[in-house]
Write a protein that binds this ligand. Structure first.
Ligand code: PEP
Ligand code: MN
Length: 351
């Protein structure tokens, strides 16, 4: 009987190669990973969605028995990516324990619907990666499409978002999308995929730590017995030994440790923050009162509502003042962009 990833305590860790390349590669990686009891499931891509043609596109169905064998030998459940109905049928037929839907598939509701339909009547767990671009609704939509066909064991995988010339990571984490997912679906566990966010093995620990600090339930990390020879994503794969080393150095925080002094201190600071937030809102209301007065003055003098030179001066001045007060000028910039937009919208709606 293989372990159940959904019933395991946190953090839930899945590991395995980007692609299943040969029986030998899959088995030797799996055997090494199984030495670490923190690893609860094995991943391995059989059909690889590659951005560019001419690169390794996966072994295909011939690799499914190798994945299954890795599960039988180690007692760990195995998971692979499916991108169409045929993949689903072949993976189910081979007895693969769980499936994941990749970032390039989550973007397309037609694909997701077809996959969901092919899964109707099964009870296989499905993990859904975020779409390539940061559109929360597509991610939520994919999860809902699966739910509608009766798939109840669902998890989400946060693997970052494509950005032109993203640095230092391969994909931007955009943690705010995870917060939004968590707010809308607090019932769905989320694993972070630091391998595809980082794109480089040396940044995996840092990304994984951020994910755990933000309260994600686990990690899915690419591991290969010889990363230098990997046929896909070589730069971001780590050996099983390196993976254990990364896991050793992660700090596993609890969302709410049951320690009286900690709870007291937290509540005290939160009360103070609540008070400051109220003051912030009072001041914002005061600013709005002035904005409401300036609109008619501009109108009476036939001046435009948006005054570019004034806006640039405001922005520069607030950033300088903020810096003097020890605030990050980038944050001040963003904040005033929002405040200014609100001000212009208010004046437009009243003119
Ligand atoms: C993968 O997990 O190897 C993969 C192709 O991921 P993604 O869909 O996140 O690009
Ligand atoms: Mn990969």
């Amino acid at each position: 009987m293989v372990q159940d990833l959904f019933k395991a305590p946190y953090p839930r860790i899945v590991a395995g190669p980007c692609s299943v390349e040969s029986e030998e590669q899959m088995l030797s990686t799996a055997r090494a990973l199984a030495q670490d009891p923190r690893i609860l499931a094995l991943r391995g891509g059989v059909w690889k969605p590659r951005t560019q043609p001419g690169t390794f596109e996966g072994i295909g169905p011939a690799a499914l028995p190798w994945l299954k064998k890795a599960s039988q030998e180690t007692g760990l459940p195995v998971i692979t990516e499916v991108a169409n109905v045929q993949h689903v049928e072949q993976a189910l037929e081979a007895g693969i324990d769980m499936l994941w839907i990749g970032a390039r598939t989550t973007v397309n509701p037609f694909y997701v619907e077809e996959i969901a339909e092919a899964l109707r009547g099964t009870s296989i767990p499905v993990l859904v990666k975020n779409p390539i671009h940061p559109e929360l609704k597509l991610w939520l939509g994919a999860l809902e499409r699966l739910e509608k066909k009766g798939i109840s064991q669902l998890m989400a995988i946060h693997r970052g978002f494509y950005a032109y010339q993203s640095q230092p990571f391969r994909n931007e984490p955009k943690w705010e999308i995870f917060f939004a997912l968590r707010t809308q679906r607090p019932d769905i566990p989320v694993l972070c995929d630091p391998s595809h966010i980082a794109g480089k093995s040396e940044l995996i620990g840092e990304v994984a730590q951020s994910a755990l600090d933000l309260g994600m339930e686990g990690l899915i990390i690419e591991s290969h017995h010889a990363p230098g020879h990997a046929l896909s994503d070589a730069r971001q794969q780590v050996t099983p030994r390196e993976l254990s080393h990364i896991l050793d150095h992660l700090v596993y925080r609890k969302e709410a440790p049951e320690n009286e002094r900690f709870i007291q201190k937290l509540e005290d600071l939160r009360r103070q923050i609540d008070r400051v937030d109220e003051q912030l809102l009072d001041i914002l209301r005061e600013r709005l009162r002035l904005v409401e007065q300036i609109g008619p003055v501009k109108e009476a003098n036939e001046a435009t509502i948006f005054q570019m030179r004034r806006w640039f001066k405001v922005l520069e001045n607030r950033k300088q003042y903020g810096t003097k007060k020890g605030l990050d000028p980038e944050i001040v910039h963003e904040l005033f962009q929002l405040i200014h937009k609100y001000s212009i919208d208010t004046q437009l709606s009243r003119s």
